[in-house]
Design a protein around this ligand. Structure first.
Ligand SMILES: [Zn+2]
Length: 273
């Protein structure tokens, strides 16, 4: 009985994102990725550039994918819920960095309403991290804000596909609104009360862009090498606070105050945008 239940979950149910075998899909085999889809689904054109995007991200972060990336185009919300327990637009699962794309995003992308390449680069950034960290470290020590900030920064999503523009984040930070990194707990945990009351309509789009700007600021302020050393160390060892302090020479809290001050005072930066 247990074997039957496990087999069902691995092939058709909640364990599909983690299963070594993927059944019930058509498969398109590319050099660096396998694309799973259902007959009749038209795929967004930029899916064919996935290998190129992967190479760009490897160069950007000096990390390598450890295996091919699997991308699954779900047929419906029901299928997505059955596999992932959620119906978000797109989601990436450790440990393989397997990407589940909703039928909604596929349709929006084919209609030209969402920039598919950006969404794909975002998820490929998560996949790159997933393939270079243990699941234990990812869940226990890799901050959610960093995971999302890195993905938004890497895909340069500021002001695109629903994500806030840099200028919009600057305006709100000047009003004293700041979506604290510690408030972002990922899709499966409850959002803290303070965060739920954050007075911005699309608070996730705001938070993601803000976190992307933190990554950008860390790179601009301390240099690419220090940021990379922080990221690479965090994939292997230490707590986020310790690694932050060692890499940048100040506690994360103190850095955040300096970040806010830099953004609020940055007349040059907002002009440049
Ligand atoms: Zn993400």
């Amino acid at each position: 009985m247990l074997v039957a239940v496990l087999t069902y979950l691995l092939l058709w149910g909640r364990l599909v994102p983690y299963s070594p075998l993927i059944v019930g899909f058509e498969r398109k085999t590319l050099e660096r990725a396998n694309i799973y889809y259902h007959g009749g689904q038209i795929l967004p054109e930029s899916i064919d550039s996935i290998g190129e995007f992967m190479t760009q991200l490897e160069t950007l972060h000096t990390l390598s994918y450890q295996r091919k990336v699997d991308v699954l185009f779900c047929a419906s919300e029901d299928e997505e819920r059955r596999f992932g327990g959620t119906t978000v637009r797109v989601i990436t699962y450790p440990p393989y960095g397997r990407i589940l794309i909703s039928e909604k995003l596929r349709r929006e992308s084919c209609a030209g309403d969402k920039p598919f390449a950006d969404f794909l680069k975002h998820e490929l950034t998560h996949a790159l991290i997933d393939q270079n960290i243990s699941v234990y470290r990812l869940l226990r020590f890799f901050p959610e804000w960093l995971n999302e900030g890195l993905a938004v920064y890497s895909a340069n999503q500021f002001g695109r596909g629903g994500y806030c523009k840099r200028e919009e984040v600057i305006v709100l930070l000047r009003q004293g609104l700041f979506y604290k990194p510690e408030w972002f707990v990922g899709p499966f945990r409850r959002t803290p009360k303070e965060a739920a009351a954050f007075p911005v309509e699309d608070r996730m789009y705001f938070a993601y862009s803000e976190y992307g700007m933190i990554v950008d600021d860390l790179i601009k302020t301390y240099g690419k090498d220090k940021f990379q050393s922080y990221l690479h160390t965090l994939l292997k060892t230490g707590s986020p606070e310790e690694v932050f302090q060692q890499s940048f020479g100040l506690p994360f809290d103190q850095y955040l105050e300096a970040f806010k001050a830099r953004i609020v005072d940055s007349t040059a930066e907002s002009k440049a945008l």
